[in-house]
Write a protein that binds this ligand. Structure first.
Ligand code: 2HA
Ligand code: ZN
Length: 273
């Protein structure tokens, strides 16, 4: 039997946190990831069967009772996850009553899940209602997107339209657009509730002046969503740097045609047709 640290799931987490760090999206302890694993994926490993610590959640997670999440640790640095996965990552199992969780692997120096664990789990619960395959929540601090939260109205339609119009790819990757919550204190249950409410409608939610919460079925897909959103925001920044004057654009009609061609339905009311 093999050790969980050698599993493909841990390798995926090591790679994606390193990648995101290298993009400057996770300075210091910025950013966190949670990745749902199925019991049959986890339980064949020899070193995941003992409860090392248990903690109260402080909210009701009975919708995901018994589920496993591989998660980054609170206060831990993405820069370090690659080289010390058994310290900076942990595998937790939500209790049968959904009120607490057990750490069954990792966090070997006494760590705990990310401070944003409430937002992660509440988002998982909401996205699972939309898509039973939902597995990943990824939070990071993408530079150009955060900058837009200072210069642009915090309006979902407005921001989604800018991001869609910066590159032909955007509307195919996030046809529902991007959700936005008001500025709120990170780490709280309150920001978790607001974020998860948006997750019912959007796969990605902007935290103004802070970062992005993205969700998806696989780590690749979820990280790819962050990449595409931030690439659009980066082009928007560059357009500004080149003087900001738009001489020609992707029209709403053209956006609709791209979406149709790829079988996507844009968020109702976000295009002027
Ligand atoms: O984990 O990014 O939002 C540190 C953060 C908090
Ligand atoms: Zn953050």
């Amino acid at each position: 039997m093999t050790k969980f640290v050698d599993s493909p799931y841990v390798l995926n987490m090591r790679e994606v946190t390193r990648e995101s760090y290298n993009r400057y999206w996770d300075e210091r302890n910025g950013g966190n990831v949670s990745y749902r694993l199925l019991a049959e994926e986890v339980e064949s490993y020899e070193d995941v069967h003992e409860v090392k610590a248990s903690f109260e959640l402080g909210f009701d997670a009975s919708a995901i009772a018994g589920y496993y999440y591989l998660v980054t640790g609170t206060g831990r640095y993405f820069r370090n996850v690659y080289s010390r996965p058994t310290l900076d990552l942990g595998l937790v199992k939500i209790s049968a009553d959904g009120q607490s969780y057990d750490i069954v692997w990792g966090f070997e120096d006494g760590g705990k899940p990310t401070s944003e664990f409430p937002s992660h789990l509440m988002s998982h619960i909401e996205r699972l209602k939309v898509n039973p395959e939902q597995r990943v929540v990824f939070h990071c601090h993408p530079t150009n997107l955060i900058a837009m939260s200072f210069t642009q109205p915090l309006d979902e339609r407005h921001l989604s339209r800018i991001l869609w119009k910066m590159q032909a790819e955007s509307i195919v990757v996030f046809p529902q657009g991007i959700g936005v919550i008001p500025y709120m204190t990170p780490g709280t249950n309150d920001i978790g509730v607001k974020t998860s409410e948006k997750m019912a409608e959007f796969q990605a939610v902007l935290w103004p002046h802070h970062g992005l919460f993205a969700s998806g079925v696989t780590l690749d897909e979820t990280y790819g969503l962050v990449e595409v959103i931030e690439k659009a925001a980066m082009i928007f920044s560059q357009v500004g740097a080149q003087g900001g004057k738009i001489l020609q654009e992707i029209t709403d009609q053209e956006l609709q045609e791209i979406a149709e061609f790829f079988g996507m339905t844009p968020h109702a009311g976000f295009l002027d047709l």
